[in-house]
Design a protein around this ligand. Sequence first.
Ligand SMILES: [Zn+2]
Length: 494
Amino acid sequence: MRIDRLLASLRALLALPDRLSTELRDMERAMRDVERTAERTFKRHDSEMATLRGDITGLRDELRDRLLQYHLQLGRLSALVDGDRNGSLGSRVPVSTGRDNGAAQPEPSSRPRAAEGTGDEWLLLPACPACGTADRTVVCEWNKLVLLDTAPDEQAARYDYAVCHGCGILYATRRPVGARYQFLVEHFEDVIDKDAKNPLLNPYPLTDEDRARYRRLTARGPFVSDHESGGLSSVLRDRMENAGHADLLGSMLNPRGARVLEIRPRAGTILEGLRRHYGADVHAMAIWESQQFIMQELYGIPTLSLIDFDRFAIPSQEPFDLIACNHMFNHVVRLDLFLKAVRDALRPGGHLYLYNEIDDSEFLDGGQSMIATMNPLHLQASDRPSLVRALGAAGFEPVLVNGRHKRNFCLMRRADQPAPSGVEGSRHATIGTEDLARRIAAYRRARDRAVLRAPAAVRDRFSPVWDSTVERAVASGVARFDDKGELRIVKDDR
Ligand SMILES: [Zn+2]
């Protein structure tokens, strides 16, 4: 009995290897499965690890950028504390910059030098002055005055330029009017020749001596040659620069005997050309007496009253066939009133010709500084499609739209029906969503680039927005930190 049990146990023991080998095979199979699963899992983890590594690198770079940014900021501040203002003019001409939220109101002026006796004359636009759309995005707070040694007053640099969500133009949402605007016209260095060396840029009322001098100069006619002395070289230059416009208008419109008005001609080249070739009945509206006098003396072109950029009006009852405007879209203070006045002064089917209007690619493409281009008399800017939409909203149809040397020109026809202006959602063309987003992004990059490029002497005027500007500029690719931690503007960010 005991032997039987012993034998049975022995048999079971002898059979064990077989069972074990079967179980081992099974285990081996399971292990291979686990290995395969593990392999797959490891692969996935590898990619997760790679992502994680990338994130860590990104964070490290960001941290380095931040530290460099603060390092730069601290360096700048310690220089200020040490009294090294690096020739800064900020203390002499304080210009309030506000916070970088695009909606801040200017701080109250404590030194209204220019505004003395004029009151606080600002026009705050609730909507686009071309198409009436209220929706907009403020993209740049300042005009060029923020970069200059001397600003007429500390409020004048703040215009809060916005991109219109309707037609897409850029416009100053706050702008000086009345005497404050007049002050800028009379004193802004880019517009006038303070010493009146160029008779065409003399903004002052003429004296008898001036008239006598201008008569002597115009007696030589417009064609001033280097082999002789005297004469008005600026008139010849105007002919060389603007004769193309007269050729274009003459060829496209054949204005035989047409009644033509030019607003803000420099020296009357276009009017003179249309009269000479087509017998057009020409009239001019000039900015200054000096231009008026020279055009009358030189070409016998009759002039209406001087231009009032603020309260613009055309003092003529008889309608015109063609009205040409030099650089008026950029300058006029009340664009809606201006476009209405021009439209009302045209006969049905008459033409409006705008030329010398800034194409904003001049600064959006990274060439010029946006803030330097938008001087305080530049209240509107656009690209060509936005210009056409803006004029479409004012009751004009495009005939020819083009540009040259970053300046646009467009020939428009007065539409039969005026567009229902000033009403949001009216039937004028609006900018597409993607185009609008692209335009706003381009304007923000241009603004950031302009701030970062500001000369060291005026940089402390931007101190309230410096950090946020650096941050945004690095994020959008406008600027980067180089290996030494210096902030660099990226040359072409497109
Ligand atoms: Zn608009």
